[in-house]
Design a protein around this ligand. Structure first.
Ligand code: C5P
Length: 425
């Protein structure tokens, strides 16, 4: 069930070129089962017409505070009370400044002051405007006032610049809205009743009592996924390699060091899980023999040869469980080239249901970074090519929400096609 089902969403549109995407956003919100009403600023109407939004929502669009006819229908205070969520997308630099200073000089800013609803905005502007100290101050103040800021994403801009300031894609806004709605609903969230097991972080493969082989995985992505799954109401078990991160609230953490320990814990916990997410950067090899005592430096040899043996492929082992015990399996693929092709190959080869692929050659993404963009591919039983979704550059928390949203969709698609879970008439 969509977390936005029955939600009353007041969509505020301000004067940015991204306003053309607000029509699609309104449509997606309606599709997710929300009731949608739209308020546009004067400037927004230069980019998209109220008639478009009226046709998509089936509701008259409000544009003016001083409109006697509209006020006679549903006054602006009533409209402010009607909303469960006030979503401003796009939010321009000027609108953010006016909201940050408590202005009430048009309908949208007045409603923002008058409403007790959850308040969410998706900023969109030129990258220099977003980076400007004044905008950053306003963003901080708005967050402090209780606004949830979604994005902006970085990338190519309509003005020809490249950088942060792009509005998140409508799909990502809907996913984030649904995920935080689920968080508010906690135990009754969209993942309530589900058990999700994850692996995260690196593994550590000992060579002797003091040395080991490992990698640069920070665990941030896996921990963000665990936090997001718990917020959505799932029971979450996080099998973690050694990382320096706090356990997210409501998450059960199982600490392991080696790939073999992670493998054993994963197989033990996967069998009664609804979904398994393999986010760990598992060492492909371990020492064939772990020395009992510290390996000594030898003066009679210039080199040292270590014999390594292959570690088990944990996610492939989970994916190979018998159907009755097999959870939905989601893997990750960190690539530096041919992202889609390699990820699709891994999806098929490891028998995964979904794969999250990211290009780790991009600066500021992947290992240790706080942001990431990903290509999601999933197996479709009735099609020869996988389903796909390319996300914008998001914080790892936002990306986690997007991945979880897709995972929940795949789980309900699987349930719908499983004859054992369908009611018999
Ligand atoms: O083959 P590669 O390491 O690129 O595959 C990445 C995916 O496989 C990730 O989901 C990772 O957690 C998982 N993996 C695993 N066990 C291994 C190696 C990778 O579960 N030994």
């Amino acid at each position: 069930m969509s977390p936005l089902l029955g939600q009353r969403i007041l969509l505020g549109i301000s004067a940015g070129i991204a306003a053309y995407k607000s029509a699609h956003l309104a449509r997606l919100l309606k599709k997710a089962g929300a009731e949608v009403r739209v308020v546009m600023t004067d400037g927004a109407q230069a980019f998209i017409t109220p008639l478009t939004l009226q046709a998509l929502t089936g509701e008259a669009v409000r544009t003016s505070l001083l409109d006697p006819e509209a006020e006679a229908g549903m006054g602006h205070i009533e409209l402010a009370r009607w909303a469960d969520t006030l979503l401003v997308a796009p939010a321009t630099a000027d609108l953010m400044a006016r909201l940050a200073h408590g202005h009430a000089d048009d309908l949208l800013t007045t409603l923002s002051l008058a409403s007790d609803a959850r308040r969410v905005m998706a900023p969109a502007m030129n990258q220099a405007m977003w980076r400007h100290a004044a905008t950053q101050r306003n963003a901080e103040r708005l967050a402090g006032d209780g606004w949830q800021l979604l994005g902006p994403a970085a990338g190519d801009q309509a003005c020809g610049d490249v950088g942060p300031g792009r509005m998140l894609e409508p799909e990502e806004i809907v996913a984030a809205l649904g995920a935080s709605q689920g968080a508010d609903a906690s135990a009754s969230g969209p993942a309530a009743g589900l058990t999700i097991t994850l692996t995260a972080g690196p593994t550590r493969e000992p060579l002797d009592p003091v040395r080991y082989l490992t990698n640069h995985s920070s665990g941030k992505m896996g921990y963000a996924l665990a936090a997001s799954a718990a917020r959505l109401g799932a029971q979450v078990r996080l099998i973690s390699g050694p990382v320096s991160l706090a356990t997210p609230p409501g998450v059960e953490r199982i600490e392991v060091e080696t790939a073999e320990q992670m493998h054993a814990a994963a197989l033990r916990l996967a069998v009664d899980s609804d979904a398994f997410i393999g986010c760990a950067a598992v060492a492909d090899y371990r020492a064939a023999r772990v020395a009992e005592h510290k390996l000594k430096k030898r003066d009679d040899a210039e080199g040292l040869t270590l014999e390594l043996v292959k570690n088990p492929d944990i996610i492939a082992a989970v994916a190979a469980l018998p159907a009755a015990e097999r959870p939905l399996v989601v893997g990750f693929a960190a690539e530096t080239q041919n992202l889609a092709r390699y990820a699709q190959d891994k999806l098929t080869r490891k028998h995964l249901d979904m794969i999250v692929a990211n290009d780790v050659s991009q600066a500021g993404q992947g290992f240790g970074a706080d942001h990431n963009a990903a290509l999601l591919l999933w197996r479709r039983p009735d099609a020869t090519t996988p389903g796909r979704h390319q996300t914008a550059t998001l914080t790892k928390a936002e990306l986690a929400d997007t991945i979880l949203h897709h995972l929940l969709e795949r789980l309900s698609a699987r349930q719908a096609s499983d004859p054992h879970t369908q009611d018999t008439p």
